[in-house]
Design a protein around this ligand. Structure first.
Ligand SMILES: Nc1nc2c(c(=O)[nH]1)N[C@H]1C(S)=C(S)[C@@H](COP(=O)(O)OP(=O)(O)OC[C@H]3O[C@@H](n4cnc5c(=O)[nH]c(N)nc54)[C@H](O)[C@@H]3O)O[C@H]1N2
Ligand SMILES: Nc1nc2c(c(=O)[nH]1)N[C@H]1C(S)=C(S)[C@@H](COP(=O)(O)OP(=O)(O)OC[C@H]3O[C@@H](n4cnc5c(=O)[nH]c(N)nc54)[C@H](O)[C@@H]3O)O[C@H]1N2
Ligand code: SF4
Ligand SMILES: [Mo]
Length: 731
């Protein structure tokens, strides 16, 4: 029966997709004389893509006598605008970091004690399988008791999902639920898509908390600041690098951006400045919106936001009258409680001014479609729905929602979670409320972390499986959608230095130690190898794989066609096929059909709102321990406004204690500055690691997850990173 089932499925499912691979690109970009000199030194250049943040910039890696020397930006890769940032450059050194995870490790002491046994791959896999199978057996065969966690970036994540699916657990958590899922949901509800701002061609950009000078997005960061004629309006409670470069900066009261956007709509509609043709032809629900925003005057918004009413009026008029002006949709890890509606209000400012599908405005992304990666599903009789399915209106079943999921997992409601398999995510530092994550970990019978470094999460795992470094791996072609889409690839610059495995091999090896309900070994579901997948993925583009290997990227020259939606050539992907200012879909689900502002909460006098934000030289929790970057900032410190610090008797460099409302604490030094509102506190991410194998950041400063409280937005399920209220005192 089992075999028949699989055969049956095999007959119906499509084949695998993709990938390709590589080796070394030619010496195409150097002079002949230099090339000869380099040849004598056994120099080679390998085209590949960066893995130090989400942007995937393409580079040519210079390898001299088998050692990586530098990663040079690939000048032809338009998305990167010829740039490699400090983090990307620092990546060249990562394979040689003495603190890498060099071989599989099994914990021997208590969790977090740091006692490990070096293991062979088979020992590590067998250990995981034995523990996991025991737990599954105790749960009556239910595989849903294992949670699968992952983040994007390696181009192997789809194999991880394949493993989870054939393993048979619905419990998956991905990074969008800690990042942009509320932003996606808000924009989807209005435009049917999450569009990209045409920054390059926009003369006027409103940025609400999108710190593009530090939170780097390619090409937006370069396009925004390379042309000084652009007018940039920056709303941020901190005087960020973006604020410094902006034309105007308003230290907005955190959580009130929606009030600002609604007041812009009030002025734009009230003063008849909106784009009547676009509204008539392409928008649904304008009359309801117009009635709705009458209440949101600039005077009202000024009291809510601390942005002066005259400034709101002025910005509204300038915005509506400047062709190509855009209210940047941003990214920003979940904002505040009303995040989806705030994003909707911002989207609507663009919509009523016709800043959609026009030069400078919001442009729906396009992609270069690759052949999909299909695999046969396994078949399970014993199934259960994922834990938090009924908590969140628009739960993305693949991404999940960390905060309610963790709460239920801790309670075992409605069934126990007993194991966590974690791929490329540092959940101990990346999920708000580390105490709760510790509570979850304490309940686990088995925790597996697949990482390249001994992150806080790996440090607290039972088994650590080391993935090969991105400069040692071949990673299948990966599509980057955008106004100008690309496909990128990774190719090894050097052979793996230690006993590590690339994602596919690592995951397939793990799968070989498990069986499905029918007794079929799970590795049988993984067909081919990454090189074959590469070829499959690119099979629609003759010469495409060759271009990837030579240049590190592929494009067939396509760009989003501006005006395609206005002309009717493309259809807006909402139920009315219009830009939806009024959402009947939201209404039918019991949600506000229009963005109704419900306040942003009052910060008690002696308390502060804690806000997060990027640092240009760090990526999340993962780079603060890179020596080349750490020397710029060996320790983080909490920003506190000069006046607030004076009131509390806090001086620069004083050790302070932050406490939140749920028992979270962080000890950290104070940085007294004018660059933050008096009612907010901030410190950079990535320090205060729990891992002694990250000596540069172990016990240095604090990590944000210690102090962030558990909050989530219930329409999208996104974690809210700016809803934490803290006290601060000198210790
Ligand atoms: N260097 C670097 N670049 C990165 C990353 C990285 O780790 N390092 N990560 C990438 C990723 S995954 C993401 S999601 C993006 C995030 O990029 P952004 O969306 O730009 O996010 P942040 O830097 O977190 O910016 C949050 C900003 O919002 C401000 N803020 C806080 N509360 C409010 C508020 O209520 N209103 C307003 N208007 N502002 C507020 C904060 O002070 C902070 O400056 O960055 C990407 N780029
Ligand atoms: N406190 C706090 N939490 C946040 C945020 C915040 O600003 N503050 N921002 C949120 C946002 S927007 C995002 S996108 C998420 C990001 O959160 P995460 O996805 O957890 O990202 P990182 O913190 O960069 O951790 C990535 C982990 O992957 C490991 N790694 C790096 N390269 C590889 C590889 O090739 N293979 C494997 N297997 N592992 C690798 C790193 O060593 C590190 O442990 O965090 C969210 N959580
Ligand atoms: S922005 Fe920097 S870290 Fe991110 S991919 Fe590009 S070079 Fe790498
Ligand atoms: Mo993110």
């Amino acid at each position: 029966m089992s075999i028949t089932r699989r055969k049956f499925l095999k007959g119906t499912a499509a084949g695998l997709g993709c990938l390709g691979m590589s080796s070394v690109a030619g010496l195409r970009y150097v002079s002949k004389a230099h090339a000869e000199e380099l040849a004598a030194q056994k120099v080679k250049y390998v085209a590949s893509s960066c893995a130090i943040c989400t942007n995937k910039c393409v580079f040519r890696g210079q390898v001299v006598n088998g050692v990586i020397k530098r990663l040079e930006p690939q000048p032809e890769f338009a998305k990167g605008r010829g740039m490699m940032c400090a983090r990307g450059n620092a990546g060249a050194w990562t394979p040689y970091d003495p603190n890498r995870v060099k071989y599989p490790m099994i914990r021997t002491g208590k969790r977090g004690e740091g006692k490990w046994k070096k293991a062979t791959w088979d020992e590590a896999y067998a250990y995981i399988a034995e523990k996991t199978n025991k737990v599954v057996e105790e749960e009556g065969g239910h595989r849903s008791c294992i949670g699968f966690v992952s983040s994007e970036g390696t181009y192997h994540e789809h194999y991880w999902h394949q493993f989870r699916e054939v393993f048979g657990s619905p419990n998956t958590l991905r990074h969008p639920g800690l990042c942009l899922s509320s932003n996606i949901r808000g924009n989807m509800s209005v435009f049917g898509t999450y569009p990209t701002a045409d920054v390059k061609n926009s003369p006027y950009i409103i940025l609400a908390g999108a710190d593009r000078a530090e939170a780097i997005f390619t090409p937006d960061t370069m396009d925004m600041f390379s042309d000084r004629s652009k007018k940039i309006i920056c709303l941020d409670p901190r005087f960020t690098k973006t604020a410094a470069k902006a034309t105007e900066w308003y230290p907005i009261k955190p959580g009130s951006d929606m009030a600002f956007a609604l007041a812009l709509l009030h002025v734009i509609i009230g003063e008849n400045l909106y784009d009547k043709d676009f509204v008539r032809d392409h928008c649904e629900g304008f009359d309801q919106l117009a009635r709705h925003v009458k209440q949101y005057t600039p005077q009202w918004a000024a009291a809510e936001t601390d942005v002066p009413a005259e400034a709101i009026q002025k910005i509204a008029r300038e915005f509506a009258k400047t062709p190509g002006a855009v209210f940047y949709p941003g990214r920003r890890s979940g904002w505040h409680g009303q995040d989806v509606h705030a994003r909707r209000a911002i989207a609507m400012v663009n919509a009523v001014c016709g800043s959609f599908d026009r030069e400078g405005g919001l442009i729906p992304n396009i992609s270069i479609p690759l052949k999909s990666y299909f695999y046969e599903p396994a078949w399970y009789d014993l199934t259960r729905p994922r834990l938090e399915a009924d908590d969140v209106t628009f739960l993305n079943p693949r991404d999940g929602s960390w905060i309610p999921w963790r709460e239920r997992a801790i309670k075992g409601d409605p069934y126990p979670i007993r194991g966590l398999f974690i791929y490329k995510q540092n959940v101990v530092d990346s999920v708000p409320d580390r105490n709760m994550t510790m509570e979850l970990f304490d309940k686990m019978d088995i925790i597996v972390s697949i990482d390249t470094f001994m992150s806080s999460t790996a440090w607290l795992a039972d088994v650590v499986l080391p993935e090969s470094n991105y400069l040692e791996r071949f990673d299948a072609p990966y599509g980057l959608s955008g106004i100008e889409p690309f496909v990128v690839i990774r190719q090894p610059l050097i052979k793996p230095l230690y006993d590590t495995r690339p994602g596919f091999d690592l995951i397939k090896g793990l799968a070989a130690h498990f069986e499905d309900e029918d007794g079929i070994s799970l590795d049988e579901y993984f067909e081919g190898d990454v090189e074959q997948h590469a070829r499959d993925f690119m099979s629609d583009y003759p010469g495409g794989l060759e271009m990837l290997k030579e240049k590190g990227f592929f494009t067939d020259g396509r760009k989003a066609e501006i005006g395609a939606y206005r002309s009717g050539k493309s259809t807006i992907n909402t139920s009315t096929q219009k830009v939806e200012l009024y959402s009947a879909d939201f209404e039918s689900r019991g949600l506000d059909p229009l963005p109704v502002y419900r306040g942003c909460g009052v910060i008690p006098k002696d308390r502060f709102r804690f806000v997060v934000g990027r640092h240009a030289i760090h990526t999340h929790s993962m780079t603060a321990a890179f020596p080349d970057l750490n020397w710029h900032m060996p320790e983080n410190s909490v920003w506190i406004n000069t006046a607030s610090a004076k009131e509390l008797g806090i001086k620069p460099g004083d050790m302070v204690l932050l406490t939140n409302r749920t028992g979270g604490e962080a000890r950290i030094k104070a940085q007294v500055t004018e660059a933050i509102r008096p009612d907010c506190l901030y410190f950079a991410h990535g320090y205060g690691s729990m891992s002694k194998d990250q000596p540069l950041v172990f016990g240095k400063g604090a990590t944000q997850s210690q102090i962030l409280e558990s909050h989530y937005e219930s329409i999208s399920g996104n974690a809210m990173m700016h809803e934490t209220i803290v006290e601060i005192r000198k210790v």
